[in-house]
Design a protein around this ligand. Structure first.
Ligand SMILES: Nc1ncnc2c1ncn2[C@@H]1O[C@H](COP(=O)(O)OP(=O)(O)OP(=O)(O)O)[C@@H](O)[C@H]1O
Ligand SMILES: [Mg+2]
Length: 266
């Protein structure tokens, strides 16, 4: 049995009726260890979202196998949660009730669940906002609620598709730190898709570089920084070197392949 997430020979072909097929992923092999933080970068349209959906069990691969701890992923499961670019909160539910929704869908909410939700919100800097409605919060705060909602049922895998792309740079830095802390505190295998090489280097232990479509893994780079990080690391020479290393993949064929110049939609 292999612990962690494993993609072996994964291919995904989309064949909409009456239109030419698109091969989004081809011969994709990747192993992600339990509790590891991996970032995935690649040009727009190379199949990153498709890769994440395959990991989440939302899309079945056309070929190959996807496993978590040796068990095939064939459908969405509560221990694998996905978070998107927009927070998708329910506007008529208070912050705490949005946070508790994944539990409520499956069973009766207990006082312990509510305590855990309050604790998560507190740690995400939302103490005192539990009884507000989403439209009373900023975009960054809403995205924090979405992160707490993703973590409420204590998943083992967190899949993030450009979660902070819509936020301004300062809010994004803060969110990155919060995510880093949450990852550290919660034994969580995390896969983050991002267009930002800086964000990838700041957060990830390893960075997966994908080729243009059909998406394959062209490199897996181990970030030479300690596991525990803060924003000071942004100023270190090692950080700059790591960014330069990853960036080389996107500047060879011209800047249009630079993920940081790509579209920001996930
Ligand atoms: N449901 C679908 N039906 C048909 N084609 C699809 C579908 N989903 C994705 N594709 C195609 O698969 C390819 C990869 O798409 P995907 O969304 O995975 O790219 P991406 O790397 O996430 O891009 P971006 O960085 O712009 O978010 C694209 O050519 C896209 O048009
Ligand atoms: Mg995408």
């Amino acid at each position: 049995m292999t612990a962690g997430l494993k993609l072996a020979g994964v291919e995904k072909v989309f064949a909409p009726r009456g239109r030419p097929p698109t091969t989004a992923l081809s011969e994709l092999n990747l192993e992600i260890e339990s509790n590891e933080f991996v970032a995935v970068v690649g040009p727009s349209g190379c199949g990153k979202t498709t890769l994440l959906r395959v990991l989440a069990g939302l899309t079945l691969p056309s070929k190959g196998a996807v496993t978590l701890d040796g068990e095939q992923i064939t459908e969405p499961r509560p221990d694998l949660v996905m978070m998107f670019q927009s927070p998708t909160l329910l506007p008529w539910r208070k912050v705490i009730d949005n946070c508790l929704l994944p539990i409520e869908i499956r069973r009766k909410v207990t006082p312990e669940d509510a305590d855990r939700a309050r604790d998560l919100l507190e740690r995400a800097g939302l103490g005192g906002f539990e009884d507000r409605y989403p439209n009373e919060l900023s975009g960054g705060m809403q995205q924090r609620v979405a992160l707490c909602r993703a973590l409420i049922a204590q998943p083992s895998v967190l899949l993030l598709d450009e979660p902070f792309g819509a936020l301004d740079a300062m809010t994004r830095d803060q969110m990155n730190l919060d995510l880093h802390r949450m990852w550290h505190a919660n034994e969580l295998t995390t896969v983050l898709i991002t267009h930002s090489i800086t964000e990838a280097v700041l957060l990830a232990q390893r960075i997966v570089v994908m080729s243009p479509r059909p998406g394959r893994v062209v490199d897996v780079y181990r970030v030479p920084l300690p596991a525990s990080r803060d924003l000071d690391v942004l100023n270190s020479p090692r950080f700059a070197e790591a960014c330069a290393y990853v960036r080389q993949y996107f500047t060879k064929d011209g800047s249009e392949n630079d993920p940081e110049n790509g579209t920001e939609d996930g």
